[in-house]
Design a protein around this ligand. Structure first.
Ligand code: CAA
Length: 284
């Protein structure tokens, strides 16, 4: 089944990026958020991003114009043409109960066979799937920030996900200009299971005075050819998000190697969440 229309729920950094690439790929793209102000801001950010890509010659101007025309912000779920929706991609905050309550509002409205996907970076796909009326059509579709620039989509198969859903989501990711790579449903999947211990260790190195934050970042940038140092990346992702993912890894894998660095906890307590709060490991 070719997916022609998508509903993106959540218009934060990830949701708006996903909406942008879906609309650019030619899908009629509904964007919904409980926060109307946030949706307005998202639309402005998407237009800015599309403009930048055109300016740099990475996107033809007419494709950007049709992407804008494909985007439909909806204040209420009743404004959606449900029979046409082939996929819902949920990108709200990382809370199991909030996600499940949202799925319960949409799963009965979706046509048979339509897919429910979550952009979660840490919650079990199998457990989320089990709370919906379509566990076989439930899947993890994990995008990376900034979505318009990052090519990977981690496709996470829950225990119940069927083959047709995996194939449809891979085809959709390719249509969005992304490279889908499959993995199984385990805490942190692949990306965060490998990335978060590095960020955590960088925080330990800072806490123990091995070097200051700019030096740790420069060593990893220049020594390992990373585009951003691990502490800059933590600020970019959100220090609170990193702490939350580490807590999931620690609890669900039960291995002490994932214990979150106390400095991360202290920073979250202080509201030093990274770029979004103006201060994290660095000042913005
Ligand atoms: N749309 C359009 N343009 C954008 C953009 C967007 N959304 N975001 C940034 N840009 C632009 C910048 O404004 C900049 O434009 P100018 O050149 O005009 O200033 C340009 O892209 C690129 O900026 P840089 O010159 O800084 O380029 P770069 O080559 O360093 O690329 C980057 C930027 C892609 C963000 C790169 O630094 C990078 O790859 N960083 C690591 C990102 C990363 O690891 N992301 C994954 C985080 S983990 C995650 O998302 C998942 C999770 O579960 C936590």
């Amino acid at each position: 089944m070719k997916i022609e229309s998508a509903l993106i729920i959540g218009s934060g950094t990830m949701g708006r990026g996903i909406a942008q690439v879906a609309a650019t790929a030619g899908l009629v793209t509904y964007v919904h958020d409980v926060n109307a102000e946030q949706v307005k801001k998202a639309l402005a950010e998407i237009e800015k991003s599309l403009g930048k890509l055109v300016e740099k010659g990475k996107l033809p101007a007419d494709t950007a114009a049709s992407a804008k025309a494909n985007l439909k912000t909806v204040g209420s779920l009743d404004e959606i043409n449900w029979p046409k929706v082939g996929i819902v991609i949920e990108a709200i905050y990382e809370n199991f109960d909030a996600k499940v309550s949202l799925y319960k509002q949409v799963h009965d409205k979706l046509p048979a066979g339509a897919i429910l996907a979550s952009n979660t970076s840490s919650i079990s796909i199998t457990k989320l799937a089990a709370a919906t009326n379509r566990p076989a059509q439930f899947i993890g579709m994990h995008f990376f920030n900034p979505v318009p620039l990052m090519t990977l989509v981690e496709v996470i198969r829950g225990l119940q996900t069927d083959d047709a859903t995996v194939s449809a989501v891979e085809a959709l990711a390719k249509q969005m200009g992304k490279n889908p790579l499959r993995c199984h449903d385990m805490p942190g999947f692949v990306s965060n299971r490998v990335l978060m211990p590095m960020i955590n260790e960088a925080a330990f190195a800072l806490m123990e005075g091995v070097a200051d934050a700019p030096t740790i970042d420069e060593i990893m940038k220049q020594g390992c050819n990373f585009p951003m140092g691990p502490l800059t990346l933590a600020d970019f992702i959100g220090v609170d998000v990193c702490l939350n993912i580490l807590e999931v890894l620690h609890k669900d894998l039960g291995d002490p190697k994932f214990r979150p660095c106390p400095l991360l906890r202290k920073m979250v307590d202080a509201g030093w969440l990274g770029r979004k709060s103006g201060r994290g490991f660095h000042q913005y």
